[in-house]
Ligand binder design. Structure first.
Ligand SMILES: [Zn+2]
Length: 472
């Protein structure tokens, strides 16, 4: 070991093969939000084999699990995921679209790698604490349903992070860098209109159309769009258009509105406006409207001290060590991407596009200008509960868009495995630096407390909304 190597890296390297195996098994059993029974069982078995103290079905969610190791000291949470996506079944290692799973599900967001690296990092911290006799605890949280299910938000609401000091996670990416902690708060809320059925030709005057109300609501929201903040979004989907019969006035119809805003305050403001539009649509059509929150997540809260600590660890480690063989398949994938796909990744990093770079060979600086384009994640709610930091680590060809067959195709590649191991090193090293540095931990908590004092948190999911898990 050379003198500039972090001693915790070797604990990651020692167990890389087991965790590559875990990632590949989860890849081969793609399961979507709240149905990750086999994937969660794989993670639970691995936690038990590693000697973690395991709690299953946490927050009342059958596919959520937590394992803890160590005694005393600060509590470091490392967050993993293992849910797949519908419509993204794809043969691994093939640079053309080819579905392989009968369910049509596939790991199009790389959560097979995400969960495996997070548990590998937690395992390395556990083994390092034991070897050094250091007082601290590390926890691995196996979090289901990141894709639209907001499991972490429920886990925060149930108090699962109340005694945690900091949380660390990562997400696969086509580049390396510390996450810039920008994501949108969102809420999925279902509006159901109830009217009155009638013969649409013989007695239309007796009917009150719920479908008309849904259409008027959408028109109202469309007119609102011009008058929202630039980064806010509202999307909609018809859950029930009132049935297939045009000759029956539709007595019931439901539309789901997905509202996104840069923070919880903005989300509350937009929600009030969308509710008023729903009330207006009901008034115009003589129908009644009720609404039910389906799910919600908060925006990410950054934590500068932790981000600086993770950046230092990432810079010490450098970019993922890809080789010529890795580049060969990455080039094949790159041939299937558009120039716009590739340019988009570079633009997000405020860099000039390099169309010849197949795999990322740099670690992006922490202070990169923000170039726009944000999604949402349930890590957001964890970041309101405790100081949280995330890495982005290259596991795929530069510019690969996520939620695509191309991303799924790369999920078992040796370069994806290298990115997975690298992410574990970045996270384990960050955990080690927090455990070893009381001032860093105190600063992280001080920054977090100051933010909460200015912007109080309340869970965006109302108390009556339960996780959509199967009844037993
Ligand atoms: Zn994801």
């Amino acid at each position: 070991m050379s003198s500039n190597e972090n001693p915790i890296w070797s604990y990651v390297e020692a167990k890389r093969e087991e965790y590559i195996g875990l990632s590949d098994r989860v890849f081969d059993m793609p399961e979507i939000a709240y149905t990750e029974t086999r994937s969660c069982a794989e993670h639970t078995a691995m936690l038990k084999a590693e000697g973690f103290r395991v709690q299953e079905r946490i927050a009342g969610i059958p596919t959520a699990v937590m394992g803890e190791a160590g005694e005393g000291g600060p509590v470091i949470a490392i967050l993993g995921e293992y849910d797949a996506l519908p419509g993204l079944s794809q043969a691994p290692g093939l640079a053309e679209p080819q579905s392989i799973d009968a369910t049509g599900y596939g790991h199009g967001c790389g959560h097979n790698l995400l969960g495996s690296a997070a548990m590998l990092a937690a395992t390395a911290v556990k083994d390092w604490l034991a070897a050094e006799g250091i007082a601290a605890r590390v926890r691995y949280y196996g979090c289901p349903a990141e894709e639209g299910g907001a499991a972490k938000t429920y886990m925060v609401r149930e108090g699962l992070f109340d005694d945690v000091d900091i949380a660390i996670t990562w997400h696969p990416a086509s580049f390396n860098g510390v996450d810039d902690a920008r994501s949108l708060a969102n809420m999925r809320i279902d509006f159901t209109f109830t009217g009155k059925a009638a013969h649409a030709a013989a007695a239309p005057e007796l009917g009150r159309s719920a479908l008309d109300a849904v259409e008027l609501m959408n028109i109202g929201v469309n007119y609102m769009r011009e008058h929202m903040p630039d980064d806010a979004r509202v999307h909609y989907a018809y859950l029930d258009a009132g049935g297939p019969a045009p000759n029956v006035v539709q007595a019931k119809a439901t539309v789901r509105q997905l509202i996104r805003s840069r923070d919880l305050q903005g989300l509350g403001d937009l929600l009030a406006r969308v509710r008023a539009i729903g009330d207006g649509a009901a008034l115009m059509t003589g129908t009644q409207v009720t609404s039910k929150v389906h799910s919600a997540v908060s925006n990410l809260v950054g934590n500068r001290p932790l981000e600086e600590a993770m950046q230092a660890e990432f810079d010490a480690l450098g970019p993922v060590p890809f080789d010529d063989e890795d580049v060969t398949f990455a080039r094949e994938i790159r041939e299937t991407l558009t120039k716009a796909d590739i340019a988009d990744t570079f633009q997000r990093l405020s860099m000039k596009p390099d169309y010849d770079l197949a795999l990322c060979d740099f670690v992006a600086p922490l202070d990169r200008p923000f170039a726009g384009g944000m999604g949402s994640t349930d890590v957001g709610d964890v970041s309101w509960a405790v100081p949280t930091v995330q890495a982005r680590v290259a596991t795929c060809a530069m510019g690969t868009p996520f939620h695509t067959w191309q991303l799924t195709a790369q999920g078992k590649e040796p370069f994806a495995h290298k990115g997975m191991e690298h992410a574990a090193k970045v996270m384990a090293a960050t955990a080690r630096s927090v455990i070893a540095n009381e001032v860093l931990l105190a600063n992280a908590k001080k920054v977090h407390a100051a933010h909460l004092a200015e912007f109080p948190y309340s869970c965006p999911i109302p108390a009556e909304t339960r996780p959509p898990v199967a009844a037993e």
